[in-house]
Design a protein around this ligand. Structure first.
Ligand code: ZN
Length: 436
């Protein structure tokens, strides 16, 4: 057999089956697609144009960032420590009012896309204005993406009325219908900024294009109270009554959902995107994701925009989610390593409807892969590669990123001054590991 690339790894984590780690395996890639995953001892008869040996690395699918606002990269660092409404009213909205334009969205997304790739994110789901330009920035950086046709009950530089927002979204479907790297969602902003008549138009547009609906839902207590006051029901109940919930509904945050709302999400097959850094920094609360996972809800990971995070680091986000989730439910057996790494990859692909192409290392899927170095001092010794990927490694250890089989990030090992060499650290830890 002849293939273009063989990646011979210390470990491969395909994500399907969930939680499985294959030691000493190789990923075979041809024409941008995964051909197979085989034990490295069985690659002798395989000819490859390129053999990449990564004996200290774990190879897994690229991370999926299921919720972000990429252009907000150009607003990073504004308004720390302010209450949510002050932050929006005195910092973010005035800045957006001044800067919002196609060029702002393009250049912000180009920067965001570059940081995302360096963090191992190979597909992102964006929710912002001028999404045609967001898609241009993200794909130029090298990612795949879903972009939203936003619908919000306020005028912006992009559109003034619901119909103008819907028209922009409609045009996105036409614009990207033949682009293999871009998919389009309909993005109503949130239950408190979109009225019933606009939500019905959102549902009709999504049904027309068989598209996913991407929406902030149940983010804060005041959102719940506002919904009860205005509509007499909670936000998710309202969305259900309007016919929005389905397997193609992406519920972002969902921090304050009660049991009845969670049951509606579970029953309809909707996905939740968990963004713990944003929820913590904006003091929104703790999303009950252990409960969601137990109920069978598909839980994916998102970073939100960097204005409320302030980095796009899915590995760090997932580590935080695991620890926070255990503490919230006071149960160490919840939020298992395999479940969390699945949330950062295949669950994200599933939430966005990209799981036909990405999210796991399987024959025929796109070769969107990352390699994480577990041979550095920060991850040694390696007793449990998946656990150490989640709990010990950081995004700086993600050294290789491939999209469609092409390498787009390759970080060199530092030759700078270090207190202990990599080789010496490996030798010491290996010696003690072997005594067990
Ligand atoms: Zn958001």
């Amino acid at each position: 057999m002849h293939v273009q690339t063989v990646i011979e790894a210390g470990w491969v984590m395909p994500m399907k089956p969930k939680g499985v780690v294959l030691p000493q395996h190789s990923v075979l890639i041809n024409e941008g697609k995964i051909v197979s995953v085989v034990p490295s001892a069985e690659t002798e008869g395989i000819e490859a144009d390129e053999l990449i040996r990564l004996p200290d690395h774990i190879v897994l699918p690229g991370f999926v960032n299921a919720h972000t606002h990429a252009p907000m990269h150009l607003l990073r660092g504004m308004g720390a420590d302010l209450p949510l409404m002050d932050w929006l009213q005195t910092k973010i909205w005035p800045a957006e009012g001044k800067l919002m334009s196609p060029e702002f969205c393009y250049e912000g997304s180009l920067i965001a896309g570059a940081e995302m790739l360096e963090s191992g994110i190979t597909c992102a789901s964006d929710h912002y204005f001028f999404s045609e330009d967001v898609a241009r920035g993200l794909t130029e950086a090298g990612l795949k993406c879903s972009v939203s046709g936003i619908v919000i009950g306020f005028p912006s530089a992009m559109a003034k009325t619901t119909d103008e927002y819907i028209n922009y979204a409609e045009n996105l479907f036409e614009r990207f219908k033949n682009n293999p790297k871009v998919r389009v969602t309909v993005g109503p902003h949130a239950p408190y900024t979109v009225d019933d008549s606009a939500l019905i138009k959102v549902r009709e547009l999504a049904q027309k294009h068989n598209a996913y609906i991407h929406m902030h839902v149940d983010e804060t207590q005041s959102e719940i109270e506002g919904s009860l006051k205005q509509y007499g029901i909670r936000p998710i109940e309202r969305l259900h009554q309007l016919g929005l919930l389905s397997e193609q509904f992406i519920s972002v945050h969902t921090v304050k959902a009660d049991d009845k709302e969670l049951e509606l999400l579970a029953k309809t097959g909707a996905s939740v995107v968990h963004c713990p850094c944003s929820n913590l920094k904006l003091a929104s609360g703790f999303s009950p994701i252990a409960k969601m996972m137990r109920m069978g809800i598909n839980v994916a990971m998102g970073t939100d925009g960097v204005a409320s995070n302030d980095k796009v680091d899915i590995l760090g986000e997932t580590r935080l989610a695991a620890m926070l989730g255990k503490a919230v439910c006071e149960d160490t057996t919840q939020m298992k390593v395999g479940d969390m790494l699945y949330a950062a990859t295949l669950a994200g692909a599933k939430a966005l409807g990209w799981d036909d192409r990405i999210g796991s290392i399987e024959k025929g899927k796109d070769a969107d892969l990352i390699a994480v170095d577990l041979g550095n001092i920060d991850a040694l010794p390696v007793f449990d590669p998946a656990s150490q990927l989640l709990y010990s490694a950081g995004r700086e250890d993600i050294t290789h990123v491939w999209v469609d089989g092409t390498i787009v990030v390759k970080k060199q090992q530092s030759n700078g001054l270090r207190p202990l060499s990599r080789e010496k650290a490996q030798k010491i830890t290996k010696t003690w590991q072997n005594k067990i």
